[in-house]
Design a protein around this ligand. Structure first.
Ligand SMILES: [Zn+2]
Length: 120
C-alpha cells in the first residue's frame, strides 16, 4: 500500500473497494467449477455477500460522513475531513486533531496568537 490511506474514511473506502474485488474474484473463480454446481453456487453466494457487504460499507461511509468535520490541513492547505478526535489528512497524511490538548507543541504558537493580546 502507498503512504496514502491513513485517513479513516480513506481506509474504510479502500477496504470496501478491495471487498468488491474479492467478491468479483470469488465469483470469477466459481465459474471454473462448472463441473460442480455446489462449489459454483457457494462461491457465487460468497462473492455476492462480499459485494453486498461492500455496498453496505459504502452506505455506512455516507452515514458517518455526516459526523466528520471539514478542516483546512496545515500541511498542504487542502480541505480534508476529520473523523473522530484524531485523524490524518486525506491528501498528505498530516496528523490532525480536533482536541487542543492533543495538539502538538509546534502548533502552540499559532493557537496562542489570538488570546495573548489581553493583559495578564
Ligand atoms: Zn494535508
Amino acid at each position: 500500500m502507498a503512504s496514502k490511506g491513513m485517513n479513516k474514511i480513506n481506509r474504510i473506502r479502500t477496504f470496501a473497494l478491495s471487498l468488491v474485488f474479492i467478491g468479483i474474484l470469488v465469483m470469477y473463480i466459481g465459474i471454473f467449477f462448472d463441473s460442480s454446481p455446489l462449489i459454483m453456487t457457494i462461491s457465487m453466494i460468497i462473492g455476492f455477500v462480499f459485494v453486498i457487504s461492500s455496498s453496505g460499507i459504502y452506505f455506512w461511509i455516507g452515514m458517518i460522513s455526516t459526523n466528520t468535520v471539514k478542516v483546512e490541513c496545515p500541511g498542504c492547505g487542502k480541505v480534508t475531513k476529520v473523523l473522530g478526535r484524531v485523524d490524518a489528512c486525506m491528501y498528505c497524511d498530516e496528523p490532525l486533531t480536533l482536541d487542543p490538548e492533543l495538539e502538538g507543541k509546534e502548533l502552540d504558537s499559532s493557537y496562542n496568537r489570538g488570546s495573548s493580546r489581553h493583559k495578564s
